[in-house]
Design a protein around this ligand. Structure first.
Ligand code: GLU
Ligand code: MG
Length: 447
């Protein structure tokens, strides 16, 4: 724990060091309040103030009306000490110092609409009812603007053109405790990807949010801008957030891998994926929830256009990731949910994935068929026979699917659902009449 520090270290060339308590809200953005470092010991207990109606903030900062709270009420943002990030490597700027928080009632009680609390409950239910602990890693793509020309996809040129962004980012992630693994220029112009080690339970989406903040800060320090927007150009590739996940049993041994079964997925993993696919049209309203997410979730972009499960198939919504020779396959084995992007609150998205999967386990659903082809290239009858459905074509359709799916609706506490639907429909209204290119520009600016 870095907390505290003596008074002398709290004054830098940029002024008094501030600590920010951040809340990962329903838009996938982190918002919060800052205070002087000297107050941290006390603030760790008391938190900072927060406003319930802020939960209804759209990505474009208009608060959805109606929302369940209006002008009334108060909350606290209470930090989870394990989420502390402090990166102090830029002479021209103060340390980037923050904690991620739960939103709680002023008396400290659970607030019904907090997505982080919902995820904790979903993970406990998975452990209690299925004996499984979840390990996950969020593979995140983003767009870097500022360095000028971008080199060919994956090329050394594209690595080096943004110097010293890569090494600076990796060092900042290391200092911030995020265990970076790989940094790469991706397929799209100006597109990059960052991967960090998997983490157990709530630490995984916490990491997703912290990594985004460190990426954005590293870009800012070089005068660039990093955006995790779901898609930059309507005709280009999207920025995916692929959620890799695997299971441990109660003793911490890998569960979920069974080399004797098709795709090497254990019975429980197969059921879990079946639950996800059954509810996927509703699920995407929570995991890919911007207006432009539906430009990305279209065939031939290696994102996900259909409710398909595939072994190493990049057009599948849930993919079995590869394992490599030379290391224990049981430990490497993981599944990848690809129908997510950074407009989703990672805690809410993961909670919904877990609750959908758990539903599949409870109902003992059969393994979904493994789709080896591009689902868009299959004939209609073939898709129908295999239960492969097209995903919703717009955010409106996805929200309608969520409302129509009684099981999916029940995953969210009523106030959270009410707020979410109202906020998302306001977001749609705010882009009413905008051309796709203009909508992309709006999201690029925010994320
Ligand atoms: N950019 C693709 C997406 O939108 C993913 C490409 C890949 O890394 O497989 O999900
Ligand atoms: Mg990628």
């Amino acid at each position: 724990m870095i907390t505290g520090g003596d008074a002398a270290t709290t004054q830098g060339p940029s002024g008094s060091e501030l600590v920010t308590f951040l809340y990962g809200d329903l838009t996938g953005l982190s918002r919060g309040r800052s205070f002087p470092l000297r107050d941290l010991p006390e603030r760790l207990h008391s938190g900072v103030g927060w406003v319930p109606a802020d939960q209804a903030l759209t990505p474009f900062d208009e608060i959805a009306d109606p929302n369940p709270w209006g002008p009334v009420g108060d909350l606290r943002l209470l930090p989870d000490r394990r989420t502390e990030v402090r990166v102090d490597r830029w002479p021209e700027a103060s340390a980037l110092h923050f904690f991620l928080c739960d939103a709680v009632e002023t008396d400290g009680a659970r607030w019904e609409a907090c997505p982080r609390a919902l995820l904790k409950e979903a993970l406990s239910a998975l452990e209690r009812d299925a004996g499984l602990r979840l390990v996950a890693a969020f593979e995140q793509e983003f767009h870097l603007s500022g360095p000028g020309r971008s080199g060919p996809a994956f090329s050394m040129e594209a690595h080096r053109l943004v110097e010293p962004f890569g090494p600076m980012l990796v060092a900042a992630l290391e200092e911030g405790g995020q265990e970076p693994e790989t940094f790469l220029p991706e397929y799209g112009p100006g597109q990059y990807e960052i991967n960090c080690r998997p983490a157990e339970g709530i630490a995984a989406p916490d990491r997703a949010l912290s990594v985004r903040e460190i990426v954005r800060e590293s870009a800012r320090r070089l005068g660039h801008r990093a955006s995790f927007t779901p898609i930059v150009d309507p005709d280009g590739v999207g920025n995916g957030v692929h959620v890799h996940f695997s299971f441990l049993d109660e003793d911490g041994r890998p569960a979920g891998y069974d080399p004797a079964r098709p795709g090497r997925v254990s019975e429980a993993s197969g059921q879990f994926v079946a639950g996800i696919l059954r509810h996927l049209p509703a699920l995407v309203a929570l995991t890919a929830p911007s207006v432009i997410s539906y430009l990305r979730l279209t065939p031939h972009r290696w994102s996900a256009g259909f409710t398909a499960f595939g072994d190493r198939n990049r057009e599948a919504a849930v993919r079995i990731a590869p394992t490599y020779a030379g290391a224990d396959p049981e430990r490497q084995f993981n599944l990848e949910y690809r129908a997510a992007d950074a407009a989703a609150c990672p805690h809410l998205a993961l909670a919904a994935i877990v609750l959908a999967g758990l539903e599949g386990i409870r109902e003992k659903l059969p393994d979904p068929p493994l789709i080896a082809a591009d689902p868009a290239e299959m004939r209609d009858e073939e898709r129908a026979r295999l239960g492969v459905r097209r995903l919703p074509g717009s955010l409106e359709e996805a929200l309608d699917a969520l409302e129509a799916d009684e099981v999916a609706r029940s995953w969210l506490p009523p106030l959270l659902l009410e707020c979410y639907l109202s906020m998302k429909r306001t977001e749609i209204r705010l882009l009413d009449g905008a051309e796709p290119t203009e909508s992309c520009a709006r999201y690029l600016d925010v994320y």
